[in-house]
Design a protein around this ligand. Sequence first.
Ligand code: HEM
Length: 180
Amino acid sequence: MKGVVFTEFLELVESNFGMEVADRIQTKGSPKDTGFTSVGTYDHRILINLVVELSQETGMSVRDLVLAFGKHLFQSFRRNYPETVVGVTNTLDLLQKVESVIHGEVQKLYPDAELPRFRFLPSEDGNFQVEYISARPFADLAEGLIEASIEHFGDDLKCVRTDLEGMPGTHALFYLCPKQ
Ligand code: HEM
């Protein structure tokens, strides 16, 4: 997993829980002397360890922490790659662009990036369904990113998640329908 995800996570921890907590979870959750750099690539299980350590430090659930991290990551992607969202006016557009363009560009730039796939499925009631498929268990992160996007664009949408078969967190369906 790209280092930018780790550096963003530690930045979130530092700003919300302080430097000491950030140092402590790094000492406990990552192999000795792992100095994360945004251009490096690290085992995604280290991120899971860091979140589990943070959950123990704060008493917050892993799921809530990862959802919050998804929201933070959305703002960071928007800040750091503003060109990717030019002309995008809502979450459905963004998700289609993430699948058809954005993640593809990320992959070209960093051939070792590990990205999920999003598949758009018809829904009988005319709403949208997006299937998340990944080799890594980050459906909570995807959910946080989608929730952040809905907030950002002010879409009249709610996101209802159903987990699908496979390793927990690697395969999920996001059903996007009007709030009411
Ligand atoms: C709502 C929009 C988005 C969603 C739902 C989404 C979803 C995700 C998820 C869930 C991951 C973690 C890896 C996995 O699940 O297998 C990921 C990784 C990543 N995404 Fe996105 N993404 C979105 C937008 C963006 C944007 C706008 C960028 C900007 C360039 C971006 C760049 C990346 C990068 C650099 C990674 C790390 C790849 C790695 O760790 O190797 N994503 N994305």
